[in-house]
Design a protein around this ligand. Structure first.
Ligand SMILES: *[C@@H]1O[C@H](CO)[C@@H](O)[C@H](O)[C@H]1NC(C)=O
Ligand SMILES: *[C@@H]1O[C@H](CO)[C@@H](O)[C@H](O)[C@H]1NC(C)=O
Ligand SMILES: *[C@@H]1O[C@H](CO)[C@@H](O)[C@H](O)[C@H]1NC(C)=O
Ligand SMILES: *[C@@H]1O[C@H](CO)[C@@H](O)[C@H](O)[C@H]1NC(C)=O
Ligand SMILES: *[C@@H]1O[C@H](CO)[C@@H](O)[C@H](O)[C@H]1NC(C)=O
Ligand SMILES: *[C@@H]1O[C@H](CO)[C@@H](O)[C@H](O)[C@H]1NC(C)=O
Ligand SMILES: *[C@@H]1O[C@H](CO)[C@@H](O)[C@H](O)[C@H]1NC(C)=O
Ligand SMILES: *[C@@H]1O[C@H](CO)[C@@H](O)[C@H](O)[C@H]1NC(C)=O
Ligand SMILES: *[C@@H]1O[C@H](CO)[C@@H](O)[C@H](O)[C@H]1NC(C)=O
Length: 374
């Protein structure tokens, strides 16, 4: 009875987050294809983060509110009208989304992470700022919001601690996993339309308790009082794995919205390329900063040593040539040998150093110099 009055009103809440809309709906239009993720995107947010990397994210509301620090990405609502929405530029076609977050406190404030496709398939986690004993999840297919199916698994302190909210989405089932416990499972055959088209990942925070609609305010837990602001959502990290790999884009083959109509373009996605570019640089940086000071000095000496030895080799060679040029080869045979021995000794001293790489490059430099005819 309580439910049946709340039910139609609650539907309004879905549309209230202005971002659950679509630019082009493939159910009745021909739309551009969707860039794929095609791999795993894994990102912590901390004080060395400067922004949501625009290669991967589009902030469609609240750019100026977002900061980064030890708490992760901070997304505060400070006054009526504030909203923060972060959308992935890439899409996943099945897959796993894991977000480690602390929900915003505050009656009527909703922290959310959702999967949303162009034809409005949707899979949600929604955390009410005024309810510290449960969280909410639901899903919709093809924008059919009359399949009201919210569930409220228990969770103590969503607003005081970080928790792991995971969605695991396959062709057969959707799992909502809370701190490693599967708290809900919906199968393809469950009543209602099943989300089955490529989806963006969106997260953010909005004020349901500010809505014009009485029903939305009720659903959100009540009217929001901004005297208690800021209401801040914190995100420590997000990890997204596309269920389809080696994919560069997804497109709709027809207007059915069926997964069977989705065409997968194979290859490396833009996201894949960007991720691999980033991680190569990061790997080198991490390797370098992970070395002991001794090793760093060793490498520096090795590299400089290689350069110095090349110069010495050149000098020896040059001097020797000049002497030869004086047609006193025999007289200088011994001297040359001595010089050469000296060089060899110096070289082997270097070679006894601990650094295989620099040792090799020293030998190569010397060889190159010796082999070169001036
Ligand atoms: C396509 O469908 C969407 C969602 O039902 C609707 O809002 C939009 O007006 C439709 N567009 C056309 C061209 O029919
Ligand atoms: C902080 O975030 C950056 C990426 O923004 C990441 O490379 C780095 O590993 C993170 N640091 C920690 C301690 O997690
Ligand atoms: C970001 O999203 C907005 C709203 O949907 C859109 O107009 C804009 O083109 C998007 N920007 C990028 C870089 O995709
Ligand atoms: C939290 O949500 C649950 C499920 O809707 C509800 O039973 C409970 O009364 C709510 N608690 C508060 C404090 O609103
Ligand atoms: C997601 O579901 C698939 C298929 O059931 C399973 O193999 C995988 O381990 C699940 N992932 C997580 C993170 O639970
Ligand atoms: C979050 O939960 C998922 C599902 O249980 C798990 O695969 C993942 O490792 C967890 N993440 C962290 C950081 O514990
Ligand atoms: C969740 O599972 C992941 C992967 O198995 C593990 O690293 C993490 O510690 C688990 N978290 C909790 C709270 O059990
Ligand atoms: C929308 O969902 C409701 C409830 O599951 C169902 O009765 C109805 O037929 C669906 N409408 C469409 C157009 O699929
Ligand atoms: C990835 O896609 C490219 C382009 O179609 C294809 O040549 C390659 O064989 C694929 N690789 C794998 C591992 O499927």
């Amino acid at each position: 009875m309580f439910r049946s009055t709340l039910l139609p009103l609650a539907l309004l809440a879905v549309g209230a987050w202005a971002q659950t809309s679509t630019d082009c709906n493939p159910l009745n239009s021909t739309c551009p294809s969707d860039p794929a993720l095609g791999t795993t995107f894994d990102s912590p947010f901390n004080k060395s983060t400067t922004e949501f990397n625009p290669t991967f994210w589009n902030i469609t509301a609240g750019t100026d509110l977002i900061t980064f620090g030890d708490d992760g990405a901070s997304m505060p609502l400070t006054k009526k009208g504030d909203t923060v929405t972060v959308k992935s530029n890439f899409y996943i076609f099945w897959g796993t989304v894991e977000i480690i977050m602390k929900a915003a406190a505050g009656t009527g404030i909703i922290s959310t992470v959702i999967l949303l496709s162009d034809d409005l398939d949707e899979i949600d986690w929604e955390i009410m700022g005024g309810n510290s004993s449960t969280v909410e999840n639901n899903y919709y297919g093809w924008g059919n919001t009359s399949q009201f199916n919210s569930e409220y698994p228990a969770l103590d302190g969503a607003q005081s601690d970080y928790h792991n909210y995971t969605i695991n989405w396959t062709k057969d089932k959707i799992q909502w996993i809370l701190n490693n416990n599967t708290v809900r499972e919906a199968s393809y055959d469950s009543p209602g339309n099943y989300p089955q088209t490529p989806a963006r990942v969106q997260f953010g925070v909005w004020c349901g308790g500010c809505s014009e609609s009485e029903g939305t305010r009720q659903w959100a837990g009540g009217d929001t009082n901004f005297d208690q602001a800021p209401f801040t959502m914190y995100v420590k990290s997000i990890r997204i794995t596309d269920g389809t790999t080696n994919s560069s884009s997804y497109s709709y083959g027809d207007n059915t919205g069926s997964y069977e109509s989705i065409k997968v373009e194979e290859g490396e996605s833009e996201a894949y390329k960007a991720i691999n570019k980033l991680s190569t640089t990061q790997k080198v940086e991490q390797k370098w900063s992970g070395l002991s000071t001794g090793a760093k000095i060793g490498i520096a000496v090795g590299v400089l040593g290689g350069f110095a030895i090349a110069l010495i080799a050149f000098a020896f060679y040059f001097v020797n040539q000049r002497k030869k040029g004086r047609a006193e080869a025999a007289a200088h045979e011994k001297e040359w040998e001595a010089q050469n021995n000296e060089l060899m000794e110096y070289r082997s001293m270097m070679a006894k150093g601990n650094f295989a790489v620099s040792r090799q490059s020293v030998m190569m430099d010397v060889k190159a110099m010796e082999g070169h005819r001036f």
